[in-house]
Design a protein. Structure first.
Length: 154
């Protein structure tokens, strides 16, 4: 029997739930970053001086090559978009580990592959989700406070 593998959305769910529980005042929207030869869209982004994007990646895959290939595809896509873009993007990956202990070395390799990618993404493992949510909460509240301090802004 095949294990029930977790999807990217499964990795995002605890972030979404915790943001809701903490009543974090951030509204995500889709943001497309356009480079010279390619573009990439992030479904969960918001702007606070610069764009913040959050991308969940499940590495709960069947084999080591599949795990590393997913990281390589993302890194390649980021490289293609980074060249020629003028966007200031703070990219955050939320990564989910494989269920199989024998695939953990491939997962750790995938994290290294992503960590050296263009845009220098921050990488949060599932255990880091409370820290990520706290960071989003701080940035969102600071953003609201700054907006309120500027006359004529809501």
């Amino acid at each position: 029997m095949l294990p029930n593998r977790r999807s990217d959305e499964d990795i995002w769910r605890p972030v979404r739930v915790m943001l809701e529980q903490h009543a974090v005042p951030v509204e995500f929207s889709e943001k497309t970053i356009v480079g010279r030869t390619d573009e990439i869209s992030f479904k969960r982004a918001w702007k606070n001086g610069h764009w913040h994007a959050y991308e969940p990646l499940s590495f709960d895959l069947a084999d080591a090559e599949g795990i590393k290939d997913k990281a390589r595809r993302w890194r390649g896509h980021l490289e293609a978009v980074h060249e020629g873009t003028s966007e200031d993007l703070k990219l955050n990956f939320i990564v989910g580990a494989p269920q199989s202990a024998e695939l953990i070395p491939a997962y750790q390799n995938a994290i290294k592959i992503l960590g050296d990618a263009s845009f220098r993404p921050s990488i949060y493992e599932e255990i880091d989700i409370p820290r990520l949510v706290s960071s989003i909460e701080d940035e969102a509240r600071e953003h609201l406070a700054n907006r309120a301090a500027i006359p004529g802004r809501n």
